[in-house]
Design a protein around this ligand. Sequence first.
Ligand code: NAD
Length: 498
Amino acid sequence: MRTLGHWIDGALVDARAQRTSPLYNPATGEQTAEVALAEPDEVNRAVEVARRAFLDWRDSSLTQRTRVLFAFRDLVARRLDEVALVITDEHGKVLSDARGEVQRGLEVVEYACGIPSLLKGEYSDQVSGGVDVFSYRQPLGVVVGITPFNFPAMVPMWMFPLAIATGNTFILKPSERDPGASLLMAEMWRDAGLPDGVFNVLQGDVPVVEALLDHPDVAAVSFVGSTPIARQIYARAQASGKRVQALGGAKNHSVVLPDADPDYVAEHLVAAAFGSAGERCMAISTSVLVGANADAVLERVVERTRAVRVGPGRDPDSEMGPVITSSARTRIEGLVTESVSAGANLVVDGRNFRVPGFEGGFFVGPTVVDRVRPEMEIYRQEIFGPVLANVRVDSVDEAIALVNANPYGNGTAIFTSSGAAARRFHREVTVGMIGVNVPIPVPMAYYSFGGWKDSLFGDHHVHGPEGVRFYTRAKAVTQRWPEHRDGTGASFSFPTGR
Ligand code: NAD
């Protein structure tokens, strides 16, 4: 059995792990490999390697960093299909979607290629007689990224391009369910000319994360995953004095107003709910159908849902693949069953779904549940599967109140032909990323990505300008070069700026 190991100091670490975790192909249900789970001494070694590498990398010139980033960008673009195949085999998402994820990550690398402009400081001439002030930003040190299974290439690429471009060294702890992409990215950094020890990968689970959170030489932690873990990570990393951003789960609502075009809405709702089998933090899991249009929209949603082509991710005809594990399938199907007992109306039933030739795969069919109410578990929990729950309300006010009462605040969207309604919606919702007739409003790399409320713990969103700020801290320098023409200028009272 192949064992995936760690990447420390520019090389693959021969994995003779005491503990391992199995890797499955979700389309077949078969185990394909195993991943090593790092031991405490490997964590200490990786941090020490990154700490030493930082001493040189923080002083590397912007020209050198930019050259490495451009080379890395070219390698990822060239090997995009290879990375996508690994993602499809380990995660299950369809190949076109896996390619899209790498492409979105690549856009953050491209943004980071502009680091010389992004790190320009500020300068104020003559703030007082003969005195100037300038500010600039410096890297933090060893920073850690802990990432979820659902975007094994894109989410790490939200973090490390800017962390490295700003002069930090990085340790990635990918999800133990699909670690393959992390090692390909490590190889590409090496081939791009990144000095050894600047980018490292530690495979593992809870003990590795805890050791990194508590390590005194780790300066900052970026986490993306589920809300309960994000909350824990935030508290623990902060308690040990680290800078931390912890992005959590989501429950994204799409509000459909009566003036929206039902065909347009149905196509977009179905793609946003069932793309990647609903395993996206920006997936639409709840549609809020306002007023009289509800039946017309639902009818088309059902029609399109029944036509979704479900199959293995490598099949170019598949629109939707399996979910990540058999236990995820059991959990998702259980929530659907519970919603029926609680009085919801199951309109398209994706339970017990079988794909011919792939009977062992972890497939759940696309599922639509209507007349869901907020107290039902299917509404309260982040389903993270191919289930669209419809809630019916009578007015925009009710729809906004529903979105705002939800503890999550990652993404939301409104479908309408009214500019005034859309404007009111995006100004009033307590959510970080909002789409207007765009169901999955993921900001481009040059904006920052992040939710509100229980979808993000910390002060900074990821990538874009907030990413640059997260991975650096500011210095302000006040300087005078005295010429002793007018005395020393020293004073016992606070300077007043003349
Ligand atoms: P998860 O929280 O189970 O795991 C995320 C990471 O934390 C993994 O690397 C895992 O090994 C580690 N981990 C798990 N349990 C831990 C524990 N008790 N202590 C320390 N570390 C632990 O999440 P997942 O199932 O891999 O990913 C799906 C979740 O991620 C969903 O909730 C989804 O919404 C969320 N997500 C959020 C965003 C966002 O931008 N807000 C993006 C992608 C995914």
